[in-house]
Design a protein around this ligand. Structure first.
Ligand code: KG4
Ligand code: ZN
Length: 332
C-alpha cells in the first residue's frame, strides 16, 4: 500500500510517501518569511503553501521513486490548524486524488503527531503517555490503541511553545523563541528568579502559562532594560526552568495517576535539551522517548503513516474532508 501524505496546517509545507508502514521520503519546507514578523502570519502562510505544495509533492514522489499513478491513497491534514493553510492542502489533495481516481483521507494533525511515535519506535507498546508540546498545543494523552485515546490534560491558555515565543519577545530575543531562550540561558543560574509555576501542587493534569508570561513582563518592567541585558542568561534560564518544571511535573503526575511508565515527548518544544536532562531526574523510573526532531515538528510522514492505518482499518471516519481549524481528537 502506498500513501502520499500532505501537511499544510501551519507554516510547514510538507509531503511524504509511506509504503507498508515505512517512510520512503519526507520533504519539509519551513516558511522562513514569518521570522521577520515575530510569528506566523496566516494569510502569508496560505500564500506560501499555494506556491510550494505542488513542488513539494513532486519532490517527495521523486525522492521515493514512486510515480503518482502507483499511489493507493492521499492523506491530508484537515485540522487543527490555520483555516486558509489547511484549505490549501485539502484542495490540492482532493484535486489530485480525483484526477488519479484514488481515495483522499482527511487526517487529524494531533492523531498524526501521536502516531509519529511508531515511525520512530515501531516496538512501542500500548498503553503509553504522549506529551505533545508545540507552538499551538500542550496536551498529555493516554494512548490505549489505534482510535482509543484519552486526553488527560491540556493547557488552559497559552501553549508551551507560545510561552517560549512570547517570553523571547519580552526579552528582545529572536523568533522562534524556544531555541533563542535555550541559547540565551546557557551558563545562566535557573534559581536566580523564582517565576510562578501554575497548578504545580494541584492534582489536575492542567497547564497554564499566561501567569508566567505576565510575571516575566512585570519583572522586566520593574528592573529596567540595562539590568535585564546584564542578567539575561539568569533570567532566560529561570524562565525556561519554570516552563520545563510545569511540563515535567504534570507528566510525572500523569505517570503516577495512570501507572504507565512509558512516555513519548513530541512537538517543537521537545527539542529543548535542558528538558531532556531534567526528565531523567523527574521521570527517573520511566522510559522517556523522543522521536527525531524531523518527526517531532510538523511533517507529512506522520500524516501518510496514520493515513495508511485508516485505509487498512477501512474506517469511514477518515473520508471526511471538511476543514476544521479547531478539530478535536475524540477522547474515548
Ligand atoms: O511543533 P512545532 O515545530 O510547530 C507547531 O507549533 O506546530 O513547534 C514550534 C514551537 C515554537 O513555539 C518554538 O519556540 C518551540 O517549538 N521550540 C522550542 C525549541 N525549539 C522549538 N522550545 C524550546 N526549546 C527549543 N529548543
Ligand atoms: Zn504540529
Amino acid at each position: 500500500m502506498i500513501i502520499l501524505g500532505i501537511e499544510t496546517s501551519c507554516d510547514e509545507t510538507a509531503a511524504a510517501v509511506c509504503r507498508d508502514g515505512s517512510i520512503l521520503s519526507s520533504v519539509i519546507a519551513s516558511q522562513e518569511i514569518h521570522r521577520q514578523y515575530g510569528g506566523v502570519v496566516p494569510e502569508i502562510a496560505s500564500r506560501e503553501h499555494e506556491k510550494q505544495v505542488a513542488l513539494i509533492v513532486e519532490e517527495a514522489l521523486a525522492r521515493a521513486a514512486v510515480a503518482k499513478e502507483h499511489l493507493d491513497a492521499i492523506a491530508v491534514t484537515r485540522g487543527p490548524g490555520l483555516m486558509g493553510a489547511l484549505l490549501t492542502g485539502v484542495s490540492f489533495a482532493s484535486g489530485l486524488s480525483q484526477g488519479l481516481g484514488i481515495p483522499c483521507l482527511g487526517m487529524n494533525h494531533m492523531e498524526a503527531h501521536i502516531f509519529a511515535n511508531f515511525i520512530a519506535y515501531p516496538e512501542l507498546n500500548y498503553p503509553f503517555l504522549s506529551l505533545l508540546i508545540s507552538g499551538g498545543h500542550t496536551q498529555i494523552w493516554r494512548v490505549n490503541g489505534f482510535g482509543t485515546y484519552e486526553l488527560l490534560g491540556e493547557t488552559r491558555d497559552d501553549a508551551a511553545g507560545e510561552a517560549f515565543d512570547k517570553g523571547a519577545r519580552i526579552l528582545g530575543l529572536d523568533y522562534p523563541g524556544g531555541p533563542a531562550i535555550e541559547k540565551a540561558a546557557e551558563g545562566g543560574n535557573e534559581d536566580a528568579v523564582m517565576f510562578p509555576q501554575a497548578f504545580l501542587k494541584s492534582d489536575n493534569i492542567e497547564f497554564s502559562f499566561s501567569g508566567l508570561k505576565t510575571a516575566l513582563l512585570n519583572y522586566v518592567k520593574k528592573n529596567g532594560d540595562d539590568l535585564i541585558r546584564q542578567n539575561q542568561a539568569d533570567i532566560a534560564a529561570s524562565y525556561q526552568a519554570a516552563i520545563i518544571g510545569i511540563l515535567l511535573n504534570k507528566l510525572r503526575l500523569a505517570a503516577d495517576q495512570t501507572g504507565i511508565r512509558t512516555a513519548v515527548i513530541g512537538g517543537g518544544v521537545a527539542a529543548n535539551q535542558k528538558m531532556r536532562e531534567k526528565a531523567e531526574t523527574i521521570l527517573d523510573d520511566c522510559t522517556v522517548l523522543y522521536p527525531d526532531s524531523n518527526l517531532c515538528t510538523d511533517n507529512a510522514a506522520m500524516v501518510a503513516f496514520v493515513g495508511e492505518l485508516y485505509l487498512k482499518s477501512s474506517s469511514e471516519r477518515s473520508r471526511d474532508l471538511a476543514v476544521i481549524p479547531n478539530l478535536r481528537l475524540a477522547s474515548q
